[in-house]
Design a protein around this ligand. Structure first.
Ligand SMILES: [Zn+2]
Length: 368
């Protein structure tokens, strides 16, 4: 390993990857919060507070007597649910750490924890806070949304390394809708299909129609910046090969671009799906725009020696809860790949580079 910083970041990332923090392991989520608290406890001049909302934990570490820090680091420790037999361990290859959650976002969290301690050691009373939540992959309602909207957490600028890349700073995110579309009808015997209006086949026809409507909208959208409709689950309780099922359900993931709003999208979908089907909205979030700090952009360019590209993100993140309060958000991260798979990876050198970017930015921003 090249140097101390790089070694510390790698060790901490790999320690965090070892704890399976998907929503199906609530005890491990609590353990990971303890690990982070242990890591921060020695830092002088900060107050650590643990919260629980609907049983979901989160923590804040804020400078003493400064409830509204100039800069707030935000991270989530939860990872997306992987198949039951997934291995929560990491390996090193080609200058990368591979493992579940290495990229989204335990590697980034390791950087935040290290630079947080370092800045507080060097600048007593630095106006720098940190929050770690545990439900980003499930919508963020009991983490970032809870802390900002119910607990009144505020900051000058939030740093959320959960999208973009080292030289790609995110300025816009698509909106999101998760829907259940259900088709009901009398069950029947498959040997006399003419007697039954098969709910399974009606649902499939409906999904095809909605899909072709979204395909039409693709035209003209460069960089895939258009609204999409994706079926992710189709299920029925029926187990019999020769039975026409009484109820079928499809779960769909819709991503939409401005100027569409959540309300407008739901209206369009209701119209396309028709009255025959039941439509339930499971999760919804509007599109977001961010205004990154120009100082952060110039520091990124200085450290990397490359221009910054302001880009749009297809995924939605917790940043939407922060930007909706008018707080500027900075979203960039190390170089990563294969997100949400067991083979997720993070590039180690880019972790150190992002650390140096944060260091320079904070020293300029916070030293008055
Ligand atoms: Zn994430």
């Amino acid at each position: 390993m090249k140097n101390n910083l790089s070694r510390r970041l790698v060790e901490l990332t790999r320690d965090l990857v070892l704890i399976p923090t998907s929503s199906s392991h609530p005890n491990n989520i609590e353990r990971s919060i303890e690990l982070i608290k242990n890591h921060l406890e020695e830092t002088e001049g900060i107050t650590i507070q643990t919260y629980h909302s609907h049983g979901i934990p989160s923590i804040t570490a804020l400078p003493k007597n400064q409830p509204k820090p100039d800069v707030l680091f935000c991270a989530h420790i939860d990872v997306v649910s992987l198949p039951e037999d997934a291995f929560y361990r990491s390996r090193m290859e080609n200058g990368r750490i591979y493992g579940p959650g290495a990229a989204d976002m335990k590697g980034a969290l390791a950087i935040l924890l290290e630079i947080f301690r370092d800045i507080h050691a060097r600048l007593p009373d630095a106006s720098l806070g940190l929050m770690v939540t545990t439900d980003e992959e499930r919508g963020g309602d009991y983490g970032v949304k809870f802390l900002f909207e119910e607990k009144g957490l505020r900051c000058g600028v939030a740093i959320i390394p959960d999208a973009g890349s080292l030289n790609e700073i995110t300025i816009e995110e698509k909106g999101i809708l998760h829907l259940a579309i259900r088709s009901h009808g009398p069950a029947g015997h498959a040997c006399r299909p003419w007697l039954v209006d098969n709910p399974m086949e009606r649902l499939l026809d409906c999904l095809r129609q909605v899909k072709s409507f979204f395909n039409e909208m693709k035209k003209g959208g460069g960089d895939h910046w258009y609204s999409t409709f994706t079926v992710t689950i189709i299920r029925t309780k029926n187990e019999a090969y020769n039975r026409i099922p009484a109820q079928v359900e499809a779960i769909c993931d819709v991503r939409f671009t401005p100027p569409s709003t959540t309300e407008k999208m739901i209206e369009i979908l209701k119209d396309k799906i028709g009255k025959d089907m039941e439509l339930e909205v499971l999760i919804s979030a509007g599109t977001s725009q961010f205004s990154p700090d120009p100082l952060f952009i110039s520091v990124t360019e200085e450290i990397t020696g490359k221009p910054v590209k302001l880009c749009k993100s297809h995924g939605a993140s917790d940043a939407r809860f922060v930007t909706s309060l008018g707080i500027p958000v900075i979203i960039s991260r190390p170089i990563v790949g294969n997100i949400h798979s067991e083979n997720e990876w993070i590039d180690i050198e880019s972790m150190s580079t992002l650390y140096r970017i944060y260091e320079k930015y904070l020293l300029r921003k916070l030293v008055k």
